[in-house]
Ligand binder design. Structure first.
Ligand code: GLU
Length: 472
């Protein structure tokens, strides 16, 4: 079994392309098949090295390794031409010397498809004359002669497909400048690479009858096809930039994890057949079955991606989490992480509140950075409204924190007793304290924060907070 992913380097790797790559990759891994990466760069004007690089980077980031390639379609041009000329030799294609404008006008007048007019003209010309004009150096395109009848093929997603050949035009396979066209190049390449299964986007379904006819005319074994439906935005329209990021690279820079992206995209249009959603790569490979790809379009739900990302984040090893924090907050942050038990506790309380690596770093910041970054809204809400009261509360807290048993329960009991003694609710003490210790409106549970910061850092932050409130 041999599979391929064949992106055109005319843009970045977008989520739809990535999903196609993932389906191919999952099936290749499951079946122990060869996975080929082919860059379809024959559209020289729209293709660029930059886009090729972005596609390769996107694949690497997603962890989709390939066995052969990248193979550039443009390297196969001579073979594409040979295949086209063989069809001409065998009488399965013909030279088209016609003037496209004249053909179009005549086709419109007679209510025919232009390619059928071109065919008529070629037939009227006759083989010897066609040969003579070609030898004399006249320009011509080569058109494939679509045989009569109908074309059937089986698609793993859509089932039995039937097309009347009358509806398939005699496609040009070699342009008059001698360059092969896309549909011929794809067939020539897939045959040359001995591809057995073609999983690709639904947007190619209309090319498939033409390609199947070319396979048959060239005597190449046909692959099995699976055409994967579109991805839509939540408004039911085709996913586009209007819906948010569509390039895989954007998700990488937003702190989405490759495992979460692979998990999420795998579930767009496919399901394992049970209600599992959070799945590791190994589980996806094990469960993947292309016959379970859905016919209907799927919806890109960014909330679900974020939820899955949180799940994958929580499943990361402590070492990898620390590396991610270090990458965002600097190496000093990692040095400040303390012993293993402390690190474990910190990671536990911050991972449950984070859905991306950026959020993870933000959550970890108060514990691993020397400076507190104060959120102005938090300051205004919990200090600025009644500054004198905030100072009084923080001073009383500082008083009990000097003597209390520094444990989660010890701290909680002491704080609640203090609140009762002051005739107020515990929340009234906790809010200004949270801003003092973390700078934020929200944080992990305050007693976890206190335990993690320890007595000395807590005292220093409260003192600094009091100074700042007095200066408000
Ligand atoms: N190059 C085509 C694309 O990027 C894919 C062609 C194929 O998979 O057959 O849409």
């Amino acid at each position: 079994m041999r599979l391929r992913f064949a992106p055109s380097p005319t843009g970045y790797l977008h989520v739809g392309g990535a999903r196609t790559a993932i389906f191919n990759w999952l099936l290749a891994k499951k079946e122990g098949a060869v996975f080929v990466l082919r860059i379809e760069d024959t559209d020289r004007e729209r293709s660029s090295d930059e886009h090729t690089r972005a596609i390769l980077d996107g694949m690497s980031w997603l962890g989709l390794d390939w066995d052969e390639g990248p193979i550039f379609q443009s390297e196969g041009i001579e073979r594409h031409k040979r295949d086209a000329l063989r069809l001409l030799d065998e009488g399965k294609a013909y030279r088209d010397f016609s003037d496209p404008d004249q053909v179009r006008a005549e086709a419109q007048e007679r209510g025919m498809h232009p390619s059928r007019v071109a065919r008529e003209q070629a037939e009227a010309l006759g083989a010897p004359e066609s040969e003579r004009r070609a030898t004399a150096g006249e320009m011509f395109a080569v058109r494939f002669r679509v045989p009569d009848g109908e074309t059937r093929f089986t698609d793993m997603v859509h089932g039995e497909m039937r097309f009347g050949n009358d509806d398939v035009d005699d496609l040009i396979i070699l342009r008059s400048d001698g360059t092969p066209v896309y549909n011929l190049a794809v067939v020539s390449d897939d045959a040359d690479m001995r591809i057995t299964h073609v999983i690709r986007g639904d947007d190619h379904l209309s090319n498939t009858p033409k390609q199947v006819l070319l396979y048959r005319a060239l005597g190449f074994p046909e692959p099995v096809f699976a055409h994967v439906p579109l991805i839509l935005g939540t408004d039911g329209k085709r996913l586009s930039k209007r819906h948010g990021a569509t390039a895989v690279g954007d998700y990488a820079s937003e702190g989405v994890l490759p495992d979460a992206m692979v998990n999420f995209l795998s579930l767009l249009g496919w399901s394992p057949g049970d209600d599992r959603e959070f799945m590791t790569r190994a589980e996806l490979i094990e469960a993947f079955d292309p016959s379970r790809i859905l016919k209907k379009s799927s919806v890109f739900d960014a909330d679900k991606l974020s939820w899955l990302n949180g799940r994958h984040l929580a499943a990361m090893s402590p070492g990898d989490l620390c590396v991610a924090i270090g990458e965002r907050l600097g190496p000093e942050a990692v040095e400040r992480m303390g012993d293993e038990a402390w690190r474990q506790h910190m990671l536990e309380v911050v991972t449950v509140r984070a859905r991306t690596l950026d959020e993870l770093a933000d959550q970890a910041r108060p514990f691993v950075c020397a400076e507190v970054v104060y959120d102005p809204d938090a300051v205004a809400k919990h200090w600025g409204k009644e500054p004198a009261l905030a100072v009084e509360r923080l001073e009383r807290l500082a008083g009990i924190f000097g003597v209390v048993d520094w444990s989660h329960d010890g701290l909680e009991t002491a704080l609640r007793e203090l609140a009762a003694a002051m005739g107020t609710g515990a929340g009234k003490l906790i809010h200004p304290l949270r801003v003092a210790l973390t700078g934020n409106m929200a944080s992990p549970g305050i007693f976890d924060v206190l335990v993690l910061l320890g007595r000395d850092r807590t005292a220093a932050r409260i003192a600094q907070a009091i100074e700042r409130i007095r200066a408000l």
